[in-house]
Design a protein around this ligand. Structure first.
Ligand code: ADP
Length: 308
């Protein structure tokens, strides 16, 4: 039995129409949820549980999100429902030139309270036998101060009982009042993480890295055993004690929408690793899933797009 959990925030999404009279589209979005969905798809039909860990409100939108995640085969038993809270929300506004702008209401989101009121200890118990927990720099960014320390203690406790921790940087400057806080948080996670899945763009923004090799050097130097540095359409670099391998993505002729490229890569990569593939073979699987996702619209593409 494979058990894997993804920890983070999923928000309500409202995509405004391009003209005032065009209808708005309602949905949801979150990087760690995307990865949970692609993990669940990749592990469908196996003896596997893919759990999403977050907090929502007791409103109808939260209920709808949970139903949608369950329809994707994601286990929601570890989703906290908080009576006086609501999920975070973002609006997408598309201008006449097709340029999208994002506006967030997430300061008071239920997800920020996912570890409050003893839930951190309950999760330590619940996730103790899990093979893998996954989180991102967004998970760290939405949990401030004591909440972030609680998350670190949870990860330490899980890592101490044999759960692998995997981390994607997903650096979002607006979540970090000072980039030094993000650099410090990465380093703290590196102390417990078995796998790092950073992307060169994120790391260049924070550390000024010139190459995937420079990113891999730092994460390996921090003690992370397995590092995969993504670089958009260019090869990713897989680095561990066994050496370094560049793995080229599949050519994608029509890139429709790169939303969730990295998240879906992570889902494909981690599922393949959990099923026993070596890192370079798992990276090829990550590329394969990401290629399907960027060839269609939206973060979570129709299931038949990722089945082939
Ligand atoms: P992120 O979404 O985290 O910024 P990247 O842009 O590095 O991630 O892309 C993640 C993965 O998505 C890449 O490793 C690759 O598999 C795939 N990908 C992204 N852009 C392209 C592209 N233009 N052509 C082919 N594959 C791509």
């Amino acid at each position: 039995m494979i058990r894997v959990a993804s920890i983070g925030e999923c928000m309500l999404e409202l995509a405004l129409g391009t003209t005032p009279s065009a209808p708005a589209r309602f949905g949801f979005g979150g990087d760690t949820l995307n990865t949970a969905v692609y993990l669940a798809r990749a592990l469908a039909g196996r003896q596997a549980t893919v759990s999403y860990v977050t907090a929502l409100g007791d409103d109808p939108f939260s209920t709808e999100m949970i139903a949608a995640w369950e329809a994707e085969g994601v286990d929601t038993g570890a989703v906290a429902r908080i009576a006086d809270a609501l999920p975070g929300l973002y609006l997408i506004r598309t201008d006449a030139a097709g340029e999208r702008a994002f506006y967030y209401w997430r300061e008071s989101a239920a997800a920020r309270r996912m570890l409050d009121d003893g839930r951190d200890l309950a999760l330590a118990e619940r996730l103790r036998d899990y093979d893998l927990v996954y989180l991102s720099g967004i998970t760290l960014g939405v949990l401030h101060d004591e909440r972030r320390r609680k998350l670190m203690r949870l990860l330490e406790s899980l890592a101490g009982s044999g759960t692998r921790v995997a981390f994607d940087t997903n650096f979002r400057p607006r979540l970090w009042p000072d980039p030094e806080l993000a650099r410090r948080a990465w380093r703290t996670v590196a102390a417990v993480a078995a796998t790092a899945l950073p992307s060169l763009d994120d790391e260049r923004a924070l550390f000024g890295d010139a190459s995937t090799a420079a990113v891999a050097d730092r994460w390996l130097g921090w003690g992370v055993a397995e590092v995969v540095v993504k670089d958009g359409p260019r090869p990713c670099l897989v680095a561990d004690a066994g050496g370094r391998t560049a793995v080229a993505p599949e050519p994608v002729r029509d890139v429709v929408d790169t939303t969730a490229a990295g998240d879906s890569f992570n889902g494909g990569y981690l599922a393949a690793r959990l099923l026993g593939a070596a890192p370079a073979a798992a990276a090829a699987e990550g590329h394969r899933v990401a290629a399907r996702v960027i060839g269609a619209r939206g973060a979570i593409v129709p299931r038949d797009a990722t089945d082939s």
